[in-house]
Design a protein around this ligand. Structure first.
Ligand SMILES: [Zn+2]
Ligand SMILES: [Zn+2]
Length: 244
């Protein structure tokens, strides 16, 4: 994937914006897909976080939760806190069929991810797949809508079917950390595209990181060298929010 393809891809969205005047994904303002106010209001998660799980903490290093039960990915980061304006943008992409939001979010995240790549030498991007049932209902994987333009913007390989679901899992919402881990245990199967590669696995939102950890475990089993994990947003407890 080369960056000229990304420029061409972006210009298609710009042309569509002329035909169908866009609304800001964050606040709904007419005329742009992401306005300057929303750009300023994104709470980028760039403070002190756990080296592994990426949750905010007071001092650098690995948190107690990761020391007790180490996740499978090498490291997980999120671009922003799962609050406005990012929450609305993801909602539009996921539930209101505004797939142009995927490209808009990817463009906003790109500088953050370019910065991550100084340390994370991943070669390809794999999205967390939807279950069959949800894929049928929605018709598209909202994570792919972000991961694909992001891979193009970085000039990296995008592997849409690098992971598939082995089983349908119920929503993680409302489950405890341990229940989440159990729910997604052995949920994924990775294919040999990941063999010998450094992989970035992507999801839209993470809470404890259990889905991404299960995905990373499958990618390692398929021969991946290093697996890093990235989400657009991180849902934080009130306790963690105070540390941001
Ligand atoms: Zn806005
Ligand atoms: Zn941690």
């Amino acid at each position: 994937m080369s960056t000229w393809k990304y420029k061409a891809y972006r210009s298609i969205w710009s042309a569509l914006d002329l035909l169908f005047p866009p609304q800001c994904g964050g606040c709904g303002k007419q005329g742009v897909r992401w306005c300057d106010d929303c750009r300023r209001n994104v709470q980028v998660l760039d403070g002190i976080v756990c080296d592994i799980c990426g949750l905010p903490q007071d001092k650098p290093g690995v948190c107690g939760v990761c020391l007790a039960n180490r996740p499978h990915f090498r490291s997980l980061r999120a671009w922003a806190v799962f609050e406005e304006p990012v929450q609305s943008a993801l909602h539009k992409l996921k539930y209101r069929r505004d797939i142009s939001m995927g490209d808009a979010i990817a463009a906003e995240m790109l500088p953050y991810v370019e910065n991550l790549r100084m340390d994370w030498k991943f070669d390809l991007i794999v999205p967390v797949p939807l279950g069959k049932q949800r894929m049928r209902e929605r018709g598209y994987n909202q994570v792919a809508m972000i991961a694909k333009p992001l891979a193009m913007g970085l000039g990296l390989q995008y592997l849409p079917n690098g992971l598939t679901r082995r089983k349908e899992t119920r929503s993680q919402v409302g489950l405890s950390r341990e229940e989440r881990r159990q729910n997604v245990h052995e949920a994924f199967q990775a294919w040999n595209g990941a063999n010998g590669k450094n992989v970035l696995i992507m999801d839209d939102v993470s809470t404890t990181g259990s889905t991404l950890s299960a995905g990373a475990e499958a990618l390692y089993a398929a021969g991946a060298r290093e697996v890093y994990a990235l989400t657009v947003a991180r849902a934080l407890s009130h306790h963690d929010l105070r540390r941001v």
